[in-house]
Structures are given as C-alpha cells and as structure tokens.
Design a protein around this ligand. Structure first.
Ligand SMILES: [Zn+2]
Length: 407
C-alpha cells in the first residue's frame, strides 16, 4: 500500500513488483538523519516484523528506511526485505501500512510475470485485497488486536488513502480505489462490519475516481442539511477524538493532514484544547478557540501574544473585530507583528470533498493595507472551517475538508 505514488506506468508497476533493484534505496537506519523518536519507531517496526516472522515460522525480515524523497511510496515488500518511507515515521508506527507489507511477505507475494500488463495488474489488485485481509490476521496474532480493532485500523488507513486521492493524489500502482478495497475488506469480516458504522459515515465512499471530480462529487450529494442552525452561532464544544481531515494545496505542493482533538490542558492557568497533527500539537483556548501556541515534539515552534482571536462568539453576519498580536517562531528566530481586521462577511453554502455545508465566511484583512490575508468558511455543524484560503508569500494556499468524525 502506498500513497500518492505515480500512475501505473510500466516503470511504476515494475518498482511495485520489484522487478528492478531500486538504485535509490539507501540505508539510513541508525543514521543521524532520524530523530530519536523516529529511531524508536523503526525499532518498533522491526520488532513488529520479527514478531510476525516468528508467528508464521518464517525467516526474519529486514526493515530498511528509504529517504522521504523517494517517489512518495509509503512502503513496499520485495524478496525478504521490507522498505518503509522515512516520511511515514513522523507520527508513530504506521501500523496498518506495516501490517499490509508484512502480509505480502507472509503470503509469499514475490515478483510475478504474466502474459500481459492487464493480467499482471489484475493479479496484483487481487494480491492487494488479500494483503489487506491478511494484515487483519497479523494485527490480531502479532499485535493482539481484536478483529474489529484490526479491521478498523485497516479501514482508517484506507480512508486516508481515499482522502489523498480526493486531494488529487494518484492511485497507488497495483491497487483498486481505496473505497473498493474497503468494501472488499468489510465483506470478508462481516462480524465486524456493523461495528464500523461510526467511522464510515464521514468517508467519501463514492466508488468513482474522485481525482477529477471532487467538486462534482460534493455538488451531487443531497443538500438535506439545514441552514446554519442557530444564528448567532455559539462557541462549539470539541471532544477528544473529534477529527477533521484536510487536503492542502499550495504552490509548494499538495498534501493531506489529519487534525484530532487529543485532550484539554492548562496553559498558564487557562484551559486549552490540544489538537494533534502528526507530531505537532496546537493549543486553542477552550473558552473561545483563540490560537495560543504550537509545539513539535514538545518544543514550542509558534507562540502568539496575546492568543490570536480566531472568532468572537457568538458569530453572526456583519460582526467585525480588530486584533493586534505578536507571532514568535523561536525555531526560525522570527517574530511578526500582526494587525488584523476580521469580519463575518455572510452565509455561504460550500461544497468540499467531505460534503456540502452551510457556512459563515470570515475574512481577515491587514488593518493597514486592507488586503485580505486569510479567509475561512466556518461550518457550525462541523465545529470547524471546511475551507481555509490563505495568501502566503509563496502564493495561495487552500485547505479543503475531505473527511471528519465527531464524537
Ligand atoms: Zn500492497
């Protein structure tokens, strides 16, 4: 399984099948380019691989970390070796990805030859479906998960892959659409299917390739949602486990990130929600969602003084506020003074890959120049914006919601 891999050209498929020795592979295990946390993750992945080899009575399999620049493929298995992209180490063990690659090993999925590319492609697609199902068994036998937990782990992983495609990412070579792989997996574990209902509601499960139709996809969904429920809109209550997945498109590249509420924590005596985004933690004041600080691996990388007011509650059309604050970025040794005038401009219905939502459009302008620097479309129903448009020095950056789960 891999993310954002190149389209299934012969070259890509060959890399996938391992016909070609990848000259790009360099071994960086134990190398100083990995943080201590990433080295722990590598050790955990190797431990997982060793446990799997023991459980299935197979020779040990070696884990090799490939540089993050290598093709964007998350992981692959080839003849007794398991390659993992360094990019996947950022937020702990990529359990589902590792289980899937180990499943190829356990199932003996060695390079194939066939009479035609079409037949090879079909055979590879079936292998991927088998690997997803075997991964569930491995998660149960080696990681001690229940069947439902294991299926949920794989479905969550595939849902992210679906999000990547919704962001314009290419389908991983050899794979069917993630939505089809999810359907196949659930069909194989009917006992767990009813228990998965909660996580499926928010997945864009349309089986058509959403790469060139994300807008159409959203527009075709019935707009049965009510108007912005209550105006003025009150401050929302976030709960641990609330999760929003955004697709980010900017001049420097596209990507997807998952935002989830982890906990509440006191910062200088004031209660804050802590949002996790990989190794980054973002602190929003519980009372009004003002943005106070961000940390990466526990170190402060951004601090606002005073906290940046994102909203003045309750929200209603026509409301305007001003704020001056200082932004410190200690790692970059940069300090910026901001003076914003913010206005709730109106109600808008917005279609994003996650669906169509009633929103309030909020614009942040530079008070001195009146230039818009940041706009967002806040959906009260989802307790967060569904679209954010930001004018950066490098150009326009747009974030669209592709999936969500509210507790
Ligand atoms: Zn695979």
């Amino acid at each position: 399984m891999s993310f954002a891999a190149p389209p299934s050209s012969i070259g890509a498929l060959r890399r996938r099948h391992g016909f070609v020795v990848a000259a790009l592979v360099i071994i960086v295990v134990g190398c100083a380019t990995l943080t201590p946390q990433e080295q722990d993750t590598v050790a955990d992945v190797q431990h997982f691989a060793d446990g799997t080899a023991t459980a299935y009575n197979l020779p040990q399999i070696r884990v090799t970390i490939e540089p993050a620049t290598n093709l964007g493929i998350g992981g692959r298995y080839r003849q007794g070796n398991f390659y993992l992209n360094a990019r996947t180490l950022g937020s702990g063990t990529p359990t589902a990805l590792v289980a899937h690659e180990l499943a190829h090993y356990v199932l003996g999925h060695e390079p194939m030859s066939g009479p035609s590319m079409a037949e090879l492609q079909r055979a590879q697609e079936l292998r991927e479906l088998d690997a997803n199902a075997k991964a569930v068994e491995i998660l149960m036998r080696v990681r001690g998960m229940s069947e439902t937990e294991a299926v949920r782990t794989m479905v969550t992983h595939l849902r992210r892959a679906q999000g990547v495609i919704a962001c314009g990412g290419a389908l991983a070579p050899g794979h069917r659409l993630p939505a089809d792989e999810i359907a196949n997996l659930i069909a194989r574990f009917p006992d767990s299917a009813p228990l998965l209902a909660g996580i499926e509601e928010s997945i864009p499960l349309d089986s058509r390739d959403p790469r060139d139709s994300a807008g159409a996809l959203a527009a075709e969904k019935p707009t049965s949602r009510s108007a912005v429920a209550a105006i003025p809109v009150p401050v929302p209550v976030w709960k641990p486990g609330d999760t929003w997945t955004f697709c980010l498109q900017s001049p420097t590249g596209n990507g997807m990130y998952v935002w989830s509420v982890d906990r509440e924590e006191m910062v200088e005596g004031v209660s804050h929600y802590v949002i996790k985004q990989g190794t980054r933690e973002i602190f929003y004041r519980t009372a009004d969602l003002a943005h106070t600080r961000e940390t990466v691996n526990g170190a402060v990388v951004r601090q606002h003084s005073p906290s940046r007011i994102r909203y003045v509650w309750p929200l209603e059309v026509g409301k305007i506020w001003e704020q001056a604050f200082r932004e410190d970025r200690p790692v970059d040794r940069r300090t910026t003074e901001w003076e914003d005038t913010v206005s709730v401009e109106g109600e808008e219905t917005v279609g994003v890959p996650a669906g169509t939502f009633r929103t309030l459009k909020i614009a942040y302008r530079n008070t001195r120049t009146t230039a818009i620097r940041y706009e967002e479309w806040y959906a009260p129903e989802l307790k967060n914006p569904v679209r954010i448009r930001e004018r950066l020095d490098s150009g326009l950056q747009v974030r669209d919601l592709v999936a969500y789960r509210l507790q």
